[in-house]
Design a binder for this molecule. Sequence first.
Ligand code: BDR
Ligand code: CA
Length: 315
Amino acid sequence: MSTSRNRIILDCDPGRDDALAIAMALASSAEIDLAGITAVAGNVPLEVTYRNARFLRELCGFPDLPVHAGAARPLVRELETATRHHGESGLEGVEVEMPARPIESHRAVGYLAETLEASGDQEITLVAIGPLTNIALLAVERPELMAKIREIVVMGGASTAGGNVTPAAEFNVWADPHAAAVVFECGRPLIVHGLDVTHQVLAAPRHAERLAGTGGEVARRLAPLLHPAAGSRGDRFGPDRSPIHDPCTIAWLIRPDLFATESVAVAVESEGTHTLGETVVDWWGVTGRAPNARWVTEADGEAVLALLTDRIAKL
Ligand code: BDR
Ligand code: CA
């Protein structure tokens, strides 16, 4: 095994683009050692997110990959899902079968803690592509273990792009801003893929066609996830184009050279009337705060999509 292989736990709320991230990670075993999945409520309720994670591990041919269910609701707010975009099944466009194997546990935070306890220092990277509730609970319940995390790669937040739920807030941070505030202050290295970068990774029908046409059954079945979600805002990104958010984190682990980042201080708004869930990025250093994140500013969108389709086609 190469020493540069990333051992990760994927914390997610599948979710259409989460499904692509899971498949891409599983298809990239040369670079990514996916230890397990922790599910959180977000795009759809918790029981649907962990059902989907179990469905995806079986579809992709990894039935033994551990899946643990975590938080069923945000720390403080009520759960508000995104079924309008992801469908009641969470995987709109894909035929979902009831998975054969049961879930490993309903204690995702315990699983995260035990895995970190058993690992060497900075051996595990957390990849968080849903609301940050599970990671925040880990930070609050087991603060002494946080130093063992190598880094936390997040899909969440928005600055220059503006929000996709409110003018100020991106869904994952807006869904549980209190958890996001804990994670952004946790002191571990953060790599943040917000809408500023994911809006540069725009799938078109030709990407779905390429995936369906070049791969096997998994690729064919997941290809509809590259088409715009139901209820997406018309031609906001160009004809039939849709931003591919969560797989950016996996692409980063495989090909960081496809992205540009800037080290910045980021604060999460957890109280504002109009700005709840905003990630406030100090671009000009006016707060004097030390940077707490590498904010991803640019991506080679075509190359990220080529990587995604090439990898999933191999499953
Ligand atoms: C994020 O919100 C969810 O709907 C997607 O799965 C992604 O994680 C994009 O704002
Ligand atoms: Ca997600």
